[in-house]
Design a binder for this molecule. Structure first.
Ligand code: AGP
Length: 610
């Protein structure tokens, strides 16, 4: 995720900003920049690379006595990592500079209109649109210009603005992406999160959604986007810097579970056109003829990434009507895989550094297959080994147990399946529009599940001392059962096994007794009735069933001892929603056992060796 810093006071702005950007490095980035206002002139310096390499550039002969400026660390979404795509971005005349975190979903439409009105763009980013939009709306009042510009913007943003005619202020605003104000003595700050300013001040104001602030040396004023003044109370944070990185959560895993609504918004970002029923995956690197040439698809990955691939198999087979095989990378690499130039291999990896996955990709390419990477970490090894990419935009995932990366992988695979289906003519624009609409509702549906966390916590308390667990699912949610079992295993150390529910009668049902709790994923699906039968099979043998079901399902009460309901969603999107209660269940069980959920025993975040 990008990081934003703003400063106005009486110290050299570039030094304060550089220090603040260093404290935001944990958010992950590929380029950085600072803009300062010095005697009516804006100075901007930015480049590709890490701050340690940019120190010289950003801290020397650079309007260095200017007490006002903004800075940014960029996690690339639109436009590859580069100096010209780095923030801050300015308007053509260099009258103002903007730093932005988020995704402007309608940026293409706005950019085309701005170009036609004479704006000259210097980057491939969606963010630069904001600089030109504010500029053409400016007629002396900076706040008004920002409000008018934002009224045309769709998507998520946290922005900080400086203008050469306004040496007395910074202006900032937010929608979805977080932004806070730091209140000092004769100086004030803007930051993406408290980590960047805690060592200056613990007095903060959390900007709420759809609010704008004017930040001056001697005070701040806050408005809603209609321009009405909003009164705010200053909060005093007692966080230490590490706690600030967790944004107030007790650990990274819970923070990342709660980040999922925003992550899915970021993953979808500016990649869809609902009205046209179109998907844009600009870094795909595969042409239409390439995609028509493929006769089959093989998906590879490890652990959670492999389970995401298993959902991908169901998605692509049902939407694109192509045969899909899903294999563990550690198996694929040694089995002399039967792939060739007519095979598309999709390699999924959060870190992009997993040794088995990298080796499997090399093996596939050696045999002539094209390889598409579904990856989170920009500039990782995997991104240099593939023919095309779909970034999942989950932001840095610190917790060893993967959560937000998994739902971002599933969202990315859904976008990919929709795109492939459009290209291979198995999907109509109307169907794609409907799926885009449904995808955009998922974040608020996940928020509904998160709001129900107390019920899940109570269930975890009931079962935290179990020695074994079974997870059962069918179809799209068989991989959900596998991922749920993995979460419980890897952070609570309770043995958990996932089975295709139809498989129970072929042996595993012998395991059922009162000490074997069974999670059954029984949300609305084409196999719902079969799942009810499976629940009855477990009940008949004194098993205990926790059913994951859809809101409004009263039938399930007749069969399950416990139920967790989730909002209604189509079967193809249900894995994205259904995994969230399973993540929370595993988290609370481990947390109540006093275990380290962020660094479970024996595990590493990225397995870079065999
Ligand atoms: C899942 O919670 C684990 N962290 C692990 O299974 C992980 O998914 C696996 O090692 C693959 O990692 P990658 O996505 O970075 O390749």
């Amino acid at each position: 995720m990008c990081g934003i810093i703003g400063y106005i006071g009486d110290k050299p702005a570039n030094e304060i900003i550089f220090e603040g950007l260093l404290r935001l490095e944990y958010r992950g980035y590929d380029s950085a920049g600072i803009a300062v206002l010095d005697n009516g002139k804006i100075h901007v310096k930015k480049d590709l690379g890490k701050l340690s390499h940019l120190k010289e550039l950003l801290l020397t002969d650079f309007g260095s006595h200017s007490p006002q400026g903004i800075g940014h660390t960029r996690w690339a979404t639109h436009g590859r990592p580069s100096a010209f795509n780095a923030h801050p971005h300015g308007d053509s005349a260099g009258t103002l500079m903007v730093a932005h975190n988020g995704i402007i979903e309608n940026y293409m439409k706005l950019k085309n209109r701005l170009i036609q009105s004479g704006c000259v763009f210097s980057s491939q980013t969606d963010s630069e649109v904001l600089a030109h939009l504010i500029s053409i709306n400016y007629s002396g009042n900076l706040e008004e210009a920002v409000l008018k510009a934002l009224s045309e913007v769709e998507g998520a943003y946290a922005i900080a603005v400086i203008h050469k005619n306004h040496p007395d202020r910074l202006v900032c605003a937010r929608k979805e992406s977080p932004l806070i104000l730091g209140i000092g003595e004769g100086e004030n700050f803007i930051a993406s999160d408290a980590t960047a300013i805690l060592h200056h001040t613990r007095n903060v104001i959390f900007l709420e959604n759809l609010e704008l602030a004017t930040v001056k040396r001697d005070g701040v004023e806050i408005f809603d986007l209609s321009g009405n003044r909003v009164e705010k109370h200053i909060k005093q944070l007692d966080w230490n810097p590490v706690a600030a990185e967790k944004n107030g959560f007790p650990d990274f895993m819970l923070k990342e579970i709660y980040e999922q609504p925003q992550v899915i918004r970021n993953t979808i970002g500016g990649r869809t056109s609902e009205e046209e029923g179109k998907i844009y995956l600009t870094e795909l690197g595969l042409s239409g003829p390439d995609i028509f040439k493929f006769q089959r698809i093989v998906i590879i990955g490890c652990g959670t990434a492999y389970y995401a691939g298993c959902v991908g198999k169901y998605l692509i087979e049902s939407l694109v009507k192509m045969p899909v095989e899903c294999d563990l990378a550690s198996e694929f690499r040694y089995r002399n895989p039967l792939v060739d130039s007519h095979t598309l291999v999709i390699a999924i990896s959060q870190s992009g550094e997993t040794a088995d996955t990298l080796a499997a990709v090399k093996e596939a390419r050696k045999k002539g297959a094209k390889v598409l990477g579904v990856v989170n970490a920009k500039e990782s090894s995997l991104t240099r080994e593939v023919d095309g990419l779909v970034y999942i935009h989950a932001g840095p995932e610190i917790g060893v147990a993967s959560t937000k990366a998994y739902t971002a992988m599933l969202t990315s695979l859904t976008l990919l399946a929709l795109l492939l289906g459009k290209i291979r003519l198995t999907l109509t624009p109307e169907f794609v529009s409907e799926q885009i609409r449904a995808l955009k509702i998922l974040p608020q549906q996940i928020e509904t599940i998160l709001a129900n966390h107390e019920q899940i916590k109570e269930l975890a308390q009931t079962f935290m001392n179990s020695k074994n667990f079974l997870y059962l699912g069918r179809g799209f949610n068989f991989p959900t059962a596998m991922e749920g079992a993995l979460k419980l295993k890897e952070i609570s150390y309770i043995h958990a096994e996932a089975y295709a529910a139809g498989e129970m009668k072929h042996g595993p049902i012998a395991l059922i007794d009162k000490d074997m709790p069974v999670f059954v994923i029984a949300t609305n699906s084409s196999t719902y009735d079969k799942l009810i039968s499976n629940i009855q099979e477990v009940n008949a043998r004194s098993g205990t069933v926790i059913a994951l079901c859809s809101e409004g399902d009263n039938e399930i009460y007749n069969h399950a001892h416990h139920k967790i309901s989730v909002p209604n969603v189509s079967e193809i999107l249900s894995p994205i929603l259904n995994v969230v209660p399973l993540q929370l269940f595993a988290y609370y069980a481990a947390n109540m056992k006093g275990l380290n959920v962020d660094q479970p025993r024996n595990l590493a975040k990225s397995v870079t060796v065999e």
